[in-house]
Ligand binder design. Structure first.
Ligand code: CA
Length: 318
């Protein structure tokens, strides 16, 4: 199988992440899958939004200045769908209000809105029809424990939307991804979801979710356990390489030995991993040296071109 290109939050290098124009761009730029991060509104609607917070990508602080919590942050889960739909989405900014990625789309108000998962499905299914394509969905359930503490079941809400769109079946081009192993075990054993499950592998320093030992998860014993409930792993790109930054670790081989796919995150031409001199050599490192099966990319067009130029589907393993 040729490795897959997963458009990370859409074609987020070119347009504000997770907006419908950004998703449409990813579709036309050759992504095999487009990523949806799911966060619930107060009234339980699955929204496509990267953070459980709103202030980094919307004008919530201007429109609802008195709705921050004591920590100063604005939580999507404190707003109903109708309120979230009034927010203008813009390019990602840091706490000082500066663009996170200097060379990307300007921080302007184009009256872009946070899409619901339902709306995004309508867009992608529509483009699949009009373009004769079969672009898939790569859905991340964000912070399930945080949602559960508010009395909301993010897995159930997400599956309900997929069910309504007739997309919760084994032939649907959809992966589920999550950092929380408990959620994936629940999907596998209790929900018995027919969709493939990807265990994201973070760094312990992120504490997301708290208490999960991702160092252990990458050991033989840890990977044996992951293989009991998931179909693949989603490692952070630095985990693919030794301390020198470019020599592959044995993580991909160890995952493949257990039948696990490896879909790594995240390729950014404007934020290169240490050890790689340019975006091309980073692509060479992850695909030709490390041998991964897919990658999340902010630049789906560049990653598409690399794969189509350098990787022959007939000679790659796994
Ligand atoms: Ca994500």
């Amino acid at each position: 199988m040729k490795p897959i290109v997963i458009a990370h939050r859409g074609a987020s290098a070119y347009l504000p992440e997770h907006t419908l124009p950004c998703v449409a761009a990813a579709h036309t730029l050759g992504a095999d899958y487009i990523e949806q991060d799911i966060v619930l509104s107060r009234d339980g609607v699955p929204m496509v939004l990267h953070d459980i917070y709103l202030e980094s990508t919307t004008d919530v602080a201007r429109q609802f200045p008195d709705r921050a919590r004591d920590d100063g942050r604005f939580y999507a889960i404190d707003f109903d769908l109708a309120e979230l739909k009034t927010l203008a989405v813009h390019e990602r900014i840091d706490p000082l209000g500066n663009a996170v990625f200097d060379g990307r789309f300007p921080v302007v108000d184009l009256e872009l809105r946070i899409p619901t998962l339902s709306e995004e499905i309508i867009l992608i299914e529509g483009l699949n029809k009009s373009r004769g394509a079969r672009t898939g969905y790569y859905i991340e359930m964000k912070s399930p424990t945080f949602h559960a503490a508010a009395g909301l079941d993010i897995a159930a809400a997400t599956i309900k939307v997929l069910d309504a769109a007739h997309l919760h079946h084994e032939r649907a081009p959809i992966f589920f991804q999550c950092f929380d192993p408990q959620t994936l075990r629940h999907l596998k054993h209790k929900v018995k979801s027919p969709l493939p499950l990807i265990q994201l592998v973070g760094d312990n320093s992120w504490q997301e979710p708290p208490g999960v030992d991702f160092d252990f998860m990458r050991t033989d014993e840890g990977l044996d356990d992951v293989a009991s409930y998931a179909d693949g792993i989603g490692p952070w790109i630095p985990q693919l390489f030794e301390a020198d930054g470019t020599t592959p670790t044995n993580l991909v081989a160890a995952a493949h030995a257990r039948g696990l796919l490896v879909h790594a995150f995240t390729l950014r031409a404007d934020s290169l991993e240490a050890g790689f001199k340019d975006f091309e050599s980073l692509h060479q490192g992850i695909f030709l040296d490390a041998g991964i099966d897919g990658v999340f990319s902010d630049f789906p067009d560049i990653t598409r071109q690399f794969i189509d130029t350098h990787i022959n589907a007939d000679v790659t393993s796994s």
